[in-house]
Design a protein around this ligand. Sequence first.
Ligand SMILES: Cc1ncc(COP(=O)(O)O)c(C=O)c1O
Length: 453
Amino acid sequence: MRAQNVSRRKFLKDASAGTLATVAAGTMSAYGKAGTTRDALAVLGGSPVRAKPFASWPPVTAEMEQSLVTAFRSGKWGRTLQGAMQGAGLVVEFEKRFAELIGAAHCLATGSCTQSLHTALHAVGVGAGDEVLVTPCTFIASIQAVLMCNALPVFVDVDLDTYQMDPDKIEPLVNGNTRAVEPVHIGGLPCSMEKIMAVSKKHGLKVVEDAAQAHLAEFRGKKCGTFGDLGCFSFQSSKVVACGEGGAIVGNDEALMEQCYTFHNLGLSAKAGSAAIGTKYRMHELEAAILLPQLVTLAQQTQTRNDNAAYLARRLGEIPGIAPQKLHEGATKAAYYIYGFRYQKEHFNDAPKQKFLRALRAEKIPFTTMYFDELNKQPFLEHTLNSPTFQKIFSKERLKRYREENRCPSNDQLSAEGIWLPQYVFLGDKKDMDDIADAIAKIHDHRDQLARV
Ligand SMILES: Cc1ncc(COP(=O)(O)O)c(C=O)c1O
């Protein structure tokens, strides 16, 4: 790594006069804490702000271990072997508990949120030739689930403050083939659900919420995942409730949930035998065993993350060129899965984001730029549009117009500027938050050196 080749002496020789004067005078950044900003950037040979690793994830607790071993020793690892249809088994117990926690009448556990989204979209009737309104600021799974239904994902641009689907940009994209809206609560912060539900109702659209990242988030006191026809959650390893891979669908309509069950169970209905087309998306008992104990600690952990995130937002708000993701008006509770902020390079000597990230990594602050991938422009989309199946389903004219209209300038800007911090760093204390803010303040203080990074 370049940083290791740059000696402290060389750094001092190369440092700009301005920075040297600051160091010599011992002045502090207005934003950083004493003792952090005098040192050189770690990427240029200084010591990193963060001295020890943050909390690790996923958690491995004695309760989870006990629960898993008990399930393992039972020898009944599949949901149907547990007589789940009669209401027995850990998957069924998890479904009951998760539905209660989210405030939904029903829950169906699956093998992943990707499977949940595919199942839910299928259940609400999304099929060949339909169109689904989605956001480009998400994980590829939100889009692939639409494509798996042989439907067209139509991209709604984002709002630059909240990073969520801009509800005012939905209506112009609705046409006779639009079947559903798939809002994604990105970062675990709620979308503007009132407006999304209103426009969906006006046009008779189904709503499948992608709440993969938003366990316990609330909009006007109501939990994300319970606004639409169905809501989908993820329990993949990095999520705030994790079992490796796993997912769930929640909903209040018993008949619709029954359709989900049937689709996820090879077309075999729980009540009436073979009924319809379906695949095999069942959660297994060992996954449920790992998940169940985590439901006990989720609320407290969410509170800890929210408190720390609020503190960090105050600190970051003082650093020029750092714009944290905002909660939508009406969002009453966050559930940070990742914490987003925009890096505005004009406040950092015009240094590209990649240089800032190199400097941040060297200060030992973990981050990701996932979900800022401009998904509406990725090759998988064009490949699918050119596939024999899509060419058969969609007219040349529709695909031509689709390509022409597939523009999300705000998302392009967000992708260029956005950075996420992972949720596990928010399980610590204020000192951890100070380290993050101090590292960023330090980089801002030394912005004249980013050109050399
Ligand atoms: C927004 C979003 N949607 C869907 C998914 C897919 O979830 P899974 O990995 O459980 O299939 C993820 C997972 O990261 C996600 O973040």
